[in-house]
Write a protein that binds this ligand. Structure first.
Ligand code: NAD
Ligand code: UDP
Length: 320
């Protein structure tokens, strides 16, 4: 059932799995500010209650501790399925659990969506392209993924999640969305989660050497979290049942990223070169033509602005 609220915006019941995490909590902020009803479901593997603390007593907000590998019955209109560790050190900590979260978690949430006829959005990833042989990557590229490596639990996990969504669409006519998220950064990244931007900023602010894996010639393309969330909401509100890349095509080498962050925080810091982790992709850059044409979406925050806001947030965190 949907109700009109005072701003004439249709109020819907939204389930956000992984809502206490980095992206999930930003999505919740946005939906709460749109006067939506929100149920945040999380097992707190990598999420933090502090990320959603400010909503806890709000009448539109509910919090459920639950693991998506177990089924659950709820009445909702939209499911935003984000529950899954995203950082390599987290998803490699218990890779079998990561595969279970990807397969069983997505299966359970799709089952719920089917029972209550909810719209379903899967947070997929650029990792489904693996170590891509083409650059930039567009949605019709099938990828180059090692099925038996240390990143496979996540890469293959997200690929089977996409398969499940596509079959629920084909077989049960479920209204699915698949967002392929490219590296995203911003406030609320964990200082210890090992992702490159949080690592570099935290290292620089703590006067520690900046750790570069390999020679740093590998590339990534970083999207500011607010832009990403806007793209996610636009996709959910569209009628596109096929995967859509959402990311910022602004590609940068990891070595240049290290130098940029060092320059902003502490130009005298040492750069420390570590061995390259197994299967670390050499290049990654989204082709966002589809998002531009079909959603009218493109990232608006420049890397300079986004980095400044992220560094400021880390400074506040450290000084707390
Ligand atoms: P995150 O680790 O901050 O958040 C994931 C959340 O899911 C956490 O709150 C965690 O506790 C929860 N969770 C994990 N396993 C669960 C389970 N079995 N049951 C219930 N909750 C569980 O990661 P994030 O960066 O916010 O990523 C969110 C989603 O976006 C993930 O699905 C990730 O694969 C996808 N994604 C993120 C990025 C990125 O750059 N951040 C890029 C591509 C895809
Ligand atoms: N990386 C690095 N130093 C670090 C953390 C990461 O050089 O301290 C590299 C990592 O090997 C990869 C890139 O930065 O090449 C992006 O890593 P991240 O884990 O942030 O994202 P992903 O590899 O999942 O895209």
């Amino acid at each position: 059932m949907s109700l009109e609220n005072k701003n004439n915006y249709i109020t819907q019941r939204n389930l956000i799995t992984g809502g206490a995490g980095f992206l999930g909590s930003h999505l919740i902020d946005k939906l709460m500010n749109l006067n939506q009803q929100v149920i945040c479901l999380d097992n707190y593997f990598t999420g933090e209650k502090s990320n959603i603390q400010k909503w806890i007593k709000h009448p539109n907000f509910e919090l459920i501790r639950h693991d998506v590998t177990e089924p659950i019955q709820l009445e909702v209109d939209k499911i935003w399925h984000l529950a899954c560790p995203a950082s390599p050190i987290h998803y490699q900590q218990n890779p079998i659990k990561t595969s279970k979260t990807s397969f069983l978690g997505t299966y359970n949430m799709l089952g719920l969506a089917r029972r209550v006829n909810a719209k379903f959005l899967l947070a997929s990833t650029s990792e489904i392209y693996g170590d891509p042989k083409v650059n930039p990557q567009s949605e019709d590229y099938y990828g180059n993924v090692n099925p038996v490596g240390i990143r496979s639990c996540y890469d293959e996990g997200k690929r089977i999640s996409e398969t499940l969504c596509s079959d629920y669409k084909r077989i049960h006519n479920l209204d699915v969305r698949i967002i392929r998220i490219f590296n995203t950064y911003g406030p609320r990244m964990k200082p210890t989660d090992g992702r490159v931007i949080s690592n570099f900023i935290y290292q620089a602010l703590s006067n520690k050497p900046i750790t570069i894996n390999g020679n740093g010639n590998q590339t990534r393309s970083f999207c500011y979290v607010e832009d990403l969330i806007e793209g996610m909401i636009k996709l959910m509100n569209s009628d596109i049942n096929t995967p859509v890349n959402i990311g910022n095509p602004n590609q940068i080498k990891i070595i240049d990223l290290a130098k940029k962050i060092r320059q902003k925080i502490n130009p005298n810091l040492e750069l420390k070169f570590n061995p390259m982790p197994e299967d670390d992709p050499f290049q990654r850059q989204p082709n966002i033509q589809k998002a531009k044409e079909k959603l009218g979406w493109f990232p608006k925050t420049s890397f300079e602005e986004g980095l400044e806001m992220t560094i400021d947030w880390f400074i506040d965190l450290i000084n707390k």
